[in-house]
Design a protein. Structure first.
Length: 178
């Protein structure tokens, strides 16, 4: 009788072992499937700039340089993510914003480069100390925003704008990429 019970216990352990091996195998296959998932194809429009600070000194050249650096830092931050495949918009003019050539045209251009999503935005200098980054990620298939966010930053320096761009990239990765 003892031999029968031992054989029965061994058989059940063998069945449990096979079950756990099957679970482990399924987990490995599932993780491989997720690892091979297609990256999100994202087109990034140039951000616009708005200054309502009312400062007397003309800072147009400084802000244009900072806006370009903001775009480079944002692009660099997003391009480091393996879940995102950035594609360039085929804009004919120097600007490629929601104002010029416009949202409808930008969406069409993003679709021509196989983008599934379009990132648009604006940097707004409200005062000497306070700035905002307003952006949206649009789903080009559904024609609706996936994400629409306002971020604030402090300061009107190269460093403040760079940090704002880096934070914006992390926020997009965390909250806006499906």
């Amino acid at each position: 009788m003892l031999k029968v019970q031992c054989a029965e216990v061994r058989f059940r352990l063998f069945e449990c072992g096979r079950f756990f091996l099957a679970l482990i195998g399924a987990g490995v296959l599932a993780s491989a499937a997720f690892a091979d998932a297609e990256p999100t194809i994202l087109a990034v429009a140039d951000f616009e700039f708005k200054d309502t600070s009312g400062e007397v000194r003309d800072q147009t050249a400084e802000h244009e340089a900072r806006l370009k650096a903001f775009g480079v830092a944002l692009h660099d931050g997003l391009s480091g993510n393996q879940k995102i495949d950035l594609v360039a918009l085929p804009c004919q003019t120097e600007q490629c914003t929601i104002r010029d050539p416009g949202l409808v045209d930008l969406s069409k251009r993003a679709r021509t480069v196989s983008a599934k999503y379009l990132l648009i935005g604006q940097v707004h200098k409200m005062s000497t100390l306070v700035g905002w980054v307003k952006f949206a990620v649009l789903d080009l298939n559904d024609n609706k925003p996936v994400c629409d966010r306002y971020l604030t930053y402090r300061g009107d320096t190269d460093e403040a704008w760079r940090r704002a761009a880096e934070f914006t990239a992390r926020d997009i990765e965390k909250h806006c990429i499906p």
